[in-house]
Write a protein of this length. Sequence first.
Length: 547
Amino acid sequence: MRFFTKLSFALLFVFSPFEMMAGDIDKEIKALYHTLDSLIGCQDSLISEKKAHIKAIHDGVRGMQLTTEQELTLNNRLYDEYMAFNFDSAHYYIKKNIDILQSLDDPDLKASSLIRMAHILAVSGMFEKAGAMLDEIKPSLLKNEKKVEYYNQQAELFLYRSEMAQYSPFFKEYIDSTQFYRQLILQIAPKESFEYITNMASYTCERGNEDQAIRIFEDYLPSIRQGDRRYSIITSTLAYFYSRKKQSGPQEKYLLLSAISDLRGTILENNSFRELSAILMERGDYSKAYSYLSQASGDAQLYGSRLRSVQAARLSPLITKAYDAERAQAQHRTYLLLIIISLIALLLVGTITYTLSLMRKRRLANEKISRMNKELSQHNDEIRMMNAQMKEANRIKDEYIGRFLELCSNLIHRGEERLKKMNRLARERKLEELYAELKSNAPIAGGIRMFHQNFDTAFLNIYPNFVSEVNQLMAEGCGFEMDGESNKLTTELRVLALIRLGIQDNQKIADILRSSITTIYTYRSKMKSRALNKETFEDDIRRIATY
């Protein structure tokens, strides 16, 4: 008993959880994690509220006849609602506007719709299609406000491309293109606008002045409410700025703020959860890291963003690396665990071996019994079949022996009577009547009728349902009807009756029925042609039961 008590304590020691964090975490960050986890638990409710809000917009115009301008405005509004919530729906409504604007001559409106389309295509990873949309726009024909949107979308597209080409030779080229369009925006955008602020901060950071970029955003952030997509963008970008400065505390804080804003605003096209999971993995908090990575992947799938899905998938190598590090730290525990397992194995190996032996013997016995049961079942089936065949054979024998003894007796009696008649005619020298009697076929025809009558009666006594079962094998409208005279078969049915009795040879059937072999062959061919299943017709006849 003491041994197992000590063993239990040893196991508890081996499987005790790793430390969650390396060092203390700031109270503010802990509070933010608590808020974030609470919002994750409420995400389904937040998404339902978002869907209800969008439904209210739809319901507000249901049944109304909208002008072209009103329809364009409605589609833009629905696009804005779906832009960071669902790719397919956003694509659907902005595509409607693009189709409507094909017939209108308004470069600014067309450009606005094409830019919106390019945005959702870019965030979903379809860079070539997004670029093709932007290539349809001639910026020289646009007003400054639309030019800012156009340049901003070009900068965003190259920024996404740089994220996907992070470790390739094209990374710097994409960043340079992004910086080029940022410069164009800074030349024409109003200085208080969101576009100017975000591009100025990002442009400044890429030039190497992260501190100034951080000041620009931190001064501007209080003017935007949490839950607004712009808030999520700024806080996420601030986290990036701090990561360039190798300041993990502020980086983590702003990623948390961005993720919280994404959840409150039901923004499924997000980036912060993935970045947080990478930080948590490096720290060793694998459970929460997996949770946030799953959240990022789930949001990407709900939105339909191929770009975010691919970025989440890229964390797989980091996961492997994290687990390798964990295994290295736990190697010494493995040795202790092996010792404990060896002791347990020594105690259990005998029992397991004996148990396996018993199980094997039991399994073999069960298999043998199962085989014997199957064989017995097969033998029983064969015996039942043989009994049925013997029973049927006995019925046929009993019926036909009695019938044909009677038939033979009648034929002998008729022969004797005819012989007496001919002797009398010869004795009385009535040669003409004697010749007529000798020439007459009436006795033979009468014998044949008697044979048929006895055959039909005997057969139908053995197989009372024969005609109805034959009709079930025939095509519609091709069945047999019994003659008006009771218990009398037609010639065709007699052919089938002889087949059922096992007589297959056409010559034998012709001899029995006093017909030509050609006639019998013709009957069999015609009946096959009228059958539902011509190939198995005669086999089906032979399977008709006696009762």
